[in-house]
Design a protein around this ligand. Structure first.
Ligand code: IVH
Length: 679
C-alpha cells in the first residue's frame, strides 16, 4: 500500500495513522479496552513506519514512532523510571528477522558470516512491570506508562504470589522487568465469577491482568489471579552477568519466575526453528503469547547497539500472523473530528476474531470505501492484529448490483458543506466552530492532558457548558468564573466541585508556551513540533508574526524539526481571521511562560561532526549514534560549518578539505576517548 500513495496521500495517511494509533494507545493503556487486536495495531504501526521510510520528510512530530504508548492516566501515583522502559520493533516474516540479524552485524562492524548468538523466548501478552529491589527489599513496582513515567503499583504487586517481597544475594539496586499476565484458565474462571456477580467482563486475559493490577484498592488486585514472568532488567548497581541468557538465569536463581521456553541460538536457523516450536506449542501454553522475542546475547554488544527512537537495536519481536474473520457490514456511521474530518466507522455483525468480539471497523476515508466498493449489507473479511482497531481487508461481495455507499457531502452534525481539498483524501466539514462536533472536539483537545491539562473539565462538563452557551472558544474557559452562581444551582455541582474546577482553570493562566501552541489544535502541530517551534521563536506571538510575514514558508521550514507540511499548516492557520481572533481573545486571558529549552548540554551539543575514511573500531552508524548521544550532528561532508572531523585510514580528500577550513581532525581512538569521557 505504501508504494501506491502519492506524497499528499501519504501525508494525509500519516496524519490519520498518528491519530488512530494514539487513540488505540489510550484505549489500550488507559482504559484497558482495546478495540482492535495486537496484530491490527501492529499493522497500523507498520504502515506508519513504511510510509515514513518512503517519505522521511513527512515524519510527523507526533508520529507514533516517536512515542512509547500512551501516557498513563487514572488515580495511581506517577513514578519516573530510573531507566526508560522500551518497546520492541516488530517483524512479521523470516526475511525481516534475517535483516535484523544482518543489521546487528553491520552496526557492530562484524563480517557477514560472523556468529551473533541471540536468545529467543515467547512474547507474553501481558503488561510490562518494573520491580525495584534495594538491599534485597521490594521497594517499588511500576507499570510502563509512557516509557519514562509509569504508575506506582507497589501495593498491588505485593499481593502477587509469584513476586518475592525480599530476595537474598541480589545487587544493592536491582530492577527486574517482566510481564504481569493472567493465565487463560484463570481468565475464564474470573469472567464467570464476574458475570455471576454482575461485574465487568474482560475482553481477554491481557485486559483482565491490566484491570486487576492498576487498581487504587490493592485488595481487589489481591483477589485476582495475576502472575509474573521476568524477561529483563532496568537499573542495576552491578551487572548480573555478561550475557542476556546468563542474566536471566541469575534472575531465576534469585527467586523470580522466568519462562522455561528461553533458549540461546547460535544462528538464524536456530532462531527460526525456535519460533516455529513456540508457534506450535502456542495453543497449549497456559498463557496468551503473540510472538517470539529475539535479543542479542552479549551484553557488551547490547550496550554498543543502544536504541533508536523507542526500541533497542538489539531486540526484535517476531509476531505471529494476524487473524482474520468474515462478517456482514451492517451500517456506516460518520464521526466528525476536531479538524472537521469525517471518519467513516463500519458497524459489523459482531464476530469473534482470535478470542475477541469485534463489532466496529475503521474504514479510514471516502477513498478506502470506494476502493473496497463497500455497500451496506456486504460480506467482508476483517483482520485483527494485536489489540487494536480491526480493518476490512476484502469485500467478499464485490460483484453485486446494489448501489455503492454514497459518502455524505454535508456534515451530519451541523449540515455545513463537507469538502475535500485538492490532493487530499479526507473530507472535512466546513462549519468550523459553528459545528458542535468540532467545537466540542477542539475544546476537549484544548484541556486534554498533553495540552493545557485542566483537571475536572471532562467531556461531559464541556458538553454541558457548550449547551448552556458558556463555551464557544478556548478563552471562554477562563471566563467560566462569571457563571459560578448559576453553576452552583445546577444538579450535580456543589461548592467544592465548582471551586475545584475554577481553581484548576486559574492554575493554567500561565501555561507553558508549547502546551498552549499545541492546544490550539493546528494541523500537524504536535507537542514536539510546538516545542521545536518555540525553541526558535520563544513566544506564540513571535511565531505568529513569522507565519504571517512575507517569507513565512521559507522562514518556518528552516526551523529544525519543521518541514514544509508544518510550515504550510501554520501559514494557513494564521491566515484565517477567525483563528487570529480566537488567539487574540485567548491571549487576553492567559500569559504563557517564556519558553526555556531543557535539552541536556554537553561540550558537543549543537556541534557538527564528520566521520570519514573506513572506520575500523566501529561502523559509521554506531559512530553517528554516539555523536547524537552527545548532542552533536553527524554530517556527510566537510564544510566551513564542520566542528570536528574523525578520520579513519584512507580519509583522503575530506581530511585535506578539513585542513583547508581549519577544522580539527582526530583519529578513531581519540574519538572513542571523547565518547568514553562524555558518557
Ligand atoms: S523485552 C527493551 N521480552 O512486549 C525490550 N518484552 O512490544 C523490552 N514483552 O514492552 C522488552 N514478552 O511488555 C521483552 N519476552 C519478552 C516479552 C516482552 C512480552 C512485552 C513488553 C514490551 C513489549 C514490547
Amino acid at each position: 500500500m505504501a508504494e501506491q500513495l502519492t506524497q499528499a496521500e501519504a501525508a494525509n495517511r500519516l496524519m490519520r495513522l498518528a491519530r488512530e494509533i494514539a487513540r488505540h494507545d489510550r484505549l489500550y493503556h488507559d482504559r484497558d479496552e482495546p478495540e482492535i487486536s495486537d496484530a491490527q495495531y501492529d499493522a497500523l504501526v507498520r504502515e506508519n513506519a513504511e510510509l515514513e521510510a518512503r517519505f522521511p520528510h513527512l515524519v510527523r512530530p507526533n508520529s507514533p514512532s516517536r512515542r512509547l504508548g500512551a501516557a498513563p492516566s487514572g488515580p495511581l501515583a506517577k513514578v519516573q523510571h530510573a531507566r526508560a522502559m522500551l518497546s520492541l520493533e516488530n517483524a512479521f516474516s523470516q526475511d525481516e528477522v534475517g535483516e535484523f540479524a544482518a543489521r546487528v552485524r553491520r552496526f557492530l562492524n562484524l563480517p557477514a558470516d560472523a556468529h551473533v548468538a541471540m536468545t529467543a523466548e515467547p512474547k507474553i501478552d501481558g503488561l510490562s512491570c518494573s520491580l525495584r529491589y534495594e538491599g534485597g527489599e521490594l521497594v517499588l513496582a511500576a507499570t510502563r506508562g509512557d516509557g519514562t513515567v509509569g504508575e506506582d503499583v507497589t501495593a498491588n504487586v505485593r499481593t502477587i504470589a509469584d513476586i518475592p517481597q525480599r530476595i537474598d544475594g541480589a545487587p544493592q539496586v536491582l530492577e527486574v522487568r517482566g510481564e504481569v499476565y493472567m493465565s487463560k484458565e484463570d481468565f475464564a474462571a474470573l469472567n464467570e465469577r464476574q458475570e455471576a456477580a454482575g461485574g465487568k467482563i474482560f475482553a481477554n486475559p491481557r485486559n483482565a491482568a491490566a484491570g486487576s493490577l492498576r487498581q487504587k484498592d490493592a485488595s481487589i488486585t489481591a483477589a485476582r489471579p495475576i502472575r509474573f514472568l521476568a524477561h529483563g532488567w532496568g537499573e542495576l548497581s552491578e551487572p548480573l552477568a555478561g550475557s542476556q541468557f546468563e542474566a536471566i538465569r541469575r534472575i531465576e536463581a534469585l527467586g523470580l519466575p522466568v519462562t522455561d521456553l528461553l533458549v540461546r541460538c547460535d544462528d538464524l536457523t536456530a532462531m527460526l526453528a525456535h519460533y516455529r516450536a513456540i508457534e506450535k506449542a502456542r495453543a497449549d501454553l497456559p498463557f496468551d503469547i503473540d510472538g517470539v522475542v529475539y535479543k542479542v546475547d552479549r551484553l557488551d554488544w547490547q550496550e554498543r547497539l543502544g536504541q533508536v527512537a523507542r526500541a533497542p537495536r538489539w531486540g526484535l519481536a517476531h509476531k505471529f500472523p494476524a487473524e482474520k474473520a468474515e462478517t456482514t457490514l451492517e451500517a456506516i456511521h460518520i464521526q466528525v473530528g476536531r479538524t472537521g474530518k469525517l471518519t467513516p466507522v463500519g458497524r459489523l455483525k459482531p464476530v469473534g476474531v482470535g478470542g475477541v468480539i469485534v463489532a466496529n471497523v475503521t474504514l479510514h476515508n471516502r477513498d478506502e470505501i470506494q476502493r473496497l466498493g463497500l455497500r451496506i449489507g456486504d460480506r467482508v473479511r476483517i483482520q485483527r492484529a494485536g489489540d487494536v482497531i480491526p480493518q476490512v481487508v476484502e469485500n467478499l461481495t464485490r460483484d453485486e448490483a446494489r448501489a455503492p455507499y454514497a459518502f455524505p457531502d454535508h456534515c451530519p452534525e451541523c449540515g455545513s458543506e463537507a469538502v475535500s481539498e485538492e490532493g487530499e483524501v479526507d473530507v472535512r466539514c466546513t462549519g468550523g466552530l459553528i459545528c458542535p462536533a468540532q467545537r466540542f472536539e477542539r475544546l476537549r483537545h484544548f484541556v486534554s492532558r498533553g495540552a493545557l491539562d485542566i483537571e475536572g473539565l471532562g467531556e461531559k462538563t464541556i458538553a454541558e457548558f457548550i449547551t448552556l452557551g458558556w463555551l464557544h472558544s478556548p478563552a471562554d474557559i477562563f471566563r467560566l468564573h462569571r457563571h459560578r452562581g448559576e453553576l452552583l444551582e445546577r444538579d450535580g455541582w456543589k461548592e467544592k466541585s465548582v471551586d475545584n474546577l475554577l481553581a484548576a482553570i486559574e492554575a493554567k493562566r500561565e501555561p507553558e508556551g508549547p502546551r498552549l501552541l499545541f492546544a490550539l489544535g493546528i494541523r500537524h502541530i504536535g507537542i514536539v513540533t510546538a516545542r521545536d517551534l518555540l525553541k526558535c521563536f520563544a513566544t506564540v506571538e513571535a511565531l505568529r508574526e513569522a507565519a504571517t510575514g512575507q517569507d513565512a514558508q521559507a522562514e518556518l521550514s528552516g526551523v529544525e524539526g519543521v518541514g514544509p507540511v508544518v510550515a504550510e499548516a501554520l501559514v494557513d492557520f494564521f491566515h484565517e481571521p477567525h483563528n487570529r481572533e480566537v488567539l487574540d481573545d485567548l491571549l487576553s486571558e492567559v500569559r504563557p511562560k517564556a519558553f526555556v529549552s531543557e535539552a541536556r548540554q554537553t561540550q558537543w551539543t549543537g556541534k557538527t561532526i564528520v566521520f570519514t575514511g573506513s572506520l575500523e573500531m566501529m561502523s559509521r552508524d554506531e559512530a553517528k549514534a554516539q555523536a547524537e548521544r552527545l548532542g552533536a550532528r553527524a554530517a556527510g561532508s566537510v564544510s566551513a560549518k564542520t566542528d570536528l572531523v574523525v578520520a579513519g585510514p584512507g580519509a583522503g580528500s575530506r581530511s585535506s578539505k578539513a585542513e583547508e577550513f581549519g577544522v580539527r581532525v582526530i583519529g578513531e581512538e581519540e574519538w572513542a576517548r571523547i565518547v568514553a569521557q562524555a558518557g
